[in-house]
Write a protein that binds this ligand. Structure first.
Ligand SMILES: *[C@@H]1O[C@H](CO)[C@@H](O)[C@H](O)[C@H]1NC(C)=O
Ligand SMILES: *[C@@H]1O[C@H](CO)[C@@H](O)[C@H](O)[C@H]1NC(C)=O
Ligand SMILES: *[C@@H]1O[C@H](CO)[C@@H](O)[C@H](O)[C@H]1NC(C)=O
Length: 467
């Protein structure tokens, strides 16, 4: 693509967003490219649509039994490097991390069992805390457990086109997502860094010749020609750039959740969670991030539009009477489905869409191999999620990558979806319960991110008024 073709664009230009954050803006300074040209979007419309229309409905939908229980295998070993154990927080010297049974009151007081062994007991404390916050609460009522057996029987009787092998593993368990909200866990440091690093470095189509650090802020050594990170990105074909944007958007979204549901200081023991504007600024403020923050948020919007597009495309699959959202309670199932269809209608009424037709539109053979490469890279990223050292982070990482994977599957199956027979099980295109649950909850997370952004804007605005 020529430089000119990538010029100034009308679309997801986050002018409004930047204004709200009190930033200098240059109207055409953003290198938005390609596909987004086909979408007449502005941030304000997306926000209004999301925050007032979609978000409240999604919240309701996610509380439904069908959507609140996610089947997941959290015990799969990391296929790429030796597991570094549960305790992966920075500077935690204890290996393996002690299963602390000390009551919280004692732990946070002056007495610390480990402080004599280690000069700095704080590390252990931080480690314990990370373990505790990162643990998944696998409590399920007996009633739910019984229901799952019926669900499995029902699902097995369906004519599934393909089975995700994960579902067959004995380690697969149901997790109640409402009991395990995604929020700050203290999981950071080398282990977390390694996961994101390998996603960016090894799975984002990075050409070998280009030295490109995970953090585009790192001193740019450049590639062979000394090119900068963004020059490198611009040089990629549309599809690869899209891939990078999706990953970056996902990363931004996850960081937004952690900033919005932060463990607030001084409340450890009482577990008080809320927005932390400092954390938000650290990750997204244009000055503090040297311009990276707005780019990350832009990618978040981009990801949002992609998943929104997928939802609008898959509507006809669900509109068929043969697809139900089975939990065994007919009344509730019908209501759940109606709510879902209502949300699909909303997504279809939203005029600003990403046009995926321009993806993989090149010559047929090339497009096919690119699509396959895309798929493999993505699959690999979902396997990297098995390397996340904190169960709760792993749970949400897996769910969100599976949700995005499902969205991509939908976008690339448009023809198959259109030609589905009305009243017989489809052979060509099918979604498993797990995929459906992941798709909706992953989109729910993005929707929440957009909503949380608004919260931060208000908070930061208040702060600046006070200051
Ligand atoms: C898990 O959730 C249940 C239900 O809210 C609660 O009673 C229990 O204390 C939780 N367990 C842990 C370890 O937090
Ligand atoms: C759940 O089932 C277990 C074993 O079947 C039983 O021991 C327990 O009392 C049950 N709990 C409730 C709340 O019914
Ligand atoms: C998958 O990811 C791992 C870990 O980052 C990497 O070593 C490997 O090259 C990747 N494989 C593919 C096919 O991208």
């Amino acid at each position: 693509m020529s430089k000119a073709a990538r010029g100034c664009v009308r679309i997801v230009t986050p002018v409004l967003l930047l204004l709200a954050l009190n930033l200098p803006t240059t109207r055409c300074g953003y290198q938005l490219t390609g596909v987004l040209d086909d979408c007449f979007c502005d941030v304000e419309s997306i926000e209004a649509f999301n925050n007032y229309k979609i978000f409240p409905k999604l919240q309701k939908l996610q509380e439904r039994d069908y959507f609140r229980y996610y089947k997941v295998n959290l015990k799969r070993p990391c296929p790429f490097w030796a597991d570094d154990g549960q305790c992966s927080i920075k500077d935690c010297h204890v290996e393996p991390c002690p299963e602390s049974k000390i009551p919280v009151g004692i732990k946070s007081g002056n007495y610390n069992k480990y402080s004599s062994e280690l000069n700095d007991g704080e590390h252990v404390e931080a480690c314990d805390q990370a373990n505790e916050l990162g643990a998944v609460n696998s409590t399920l009522s007996n009633q739910s457990k019984e229901a799952f057996i019926a669900w499995a029987r029902y699902d097995d009787a369906q004519d599934h086109f393909c089975e995700l092998d994960d579902e067959l593993s004995p380690d697969v368990q149901y997790v109640d997502l409402l009991l395990n909200p995604e929020r700050y866990t203290g999981y950071k440091g080398p282990s977390a860094w390694r996961v994101w690093n390998s996603i960016y470095e090894e799975n984002c189509f990075k050409p070998r010749s280009v030295y490109r650090p995970l953090n585009p802020l790192a001193p740019s050594i450049g590639g062979e020609n000394g090119e900068s990170f963004y020059e490198w990105l611009e040089g990629l074909c549309l599809e690869k750039r899209v891939f990078y944007r999706l990953i970056s958007g996902l990363h931004a979204s996850i960081n937004l959740h952690l900033s919005a549901k932060y463990l607030l200081e001084g409340t450890w023991g009482e577990s008080n969670w809320g927005p932390n504007p400092l954390e938000f600024k650290r990750r997204f403020d244009p000055v503090e991030t040297k311009g990276e923050g707005p780019r990350r948020l832009k990618n978040l919007y981009f990801l949002y539009l992609i998943e929104l597009r997928a939802l609008s495309k898959v509507a006809s699959y669900f509109e068929r009477s043969i697809v139900d959202l089975y939990t065994g309670n007919m009344e509730e199932d019908r209501e759940t489905k109606n709510l879902l269809l209502e949300i699909f209608k909303d997504t279809q009424s939203f005029p600003m869409h990403f046009d995926e037709k321009s993806m993989f539109a090149g010559n047929k053979k090339e497009a096919k191999s690119l699509k396959e490469e895309f798929r493999l890279h993505f699959k690999n990223i979902s396997r990297i999620m098995d390397c996340v050292g904190c169960d709760k982070c792993r749970l949400w990482g897996k769910l969100q990558t599976q949700g995005l994977g499902t969205a991509l599957k939908i976008l690339f199956s448009e023809k198959e979806i259109q030609s589905l027979p009305e009243n017989s099980p489809s052979k060509g295109f099918q979604l498993t319960r797990q995929e459906i649950v992941a798709l909706i909850n992953a989109f729910g997370r993005l929707s929440t991110s957009i909503k949380e952004l608004q919260t931060f804007k208000v908070l930061l605005h208040e702060n600046s008024n006070i200051g």
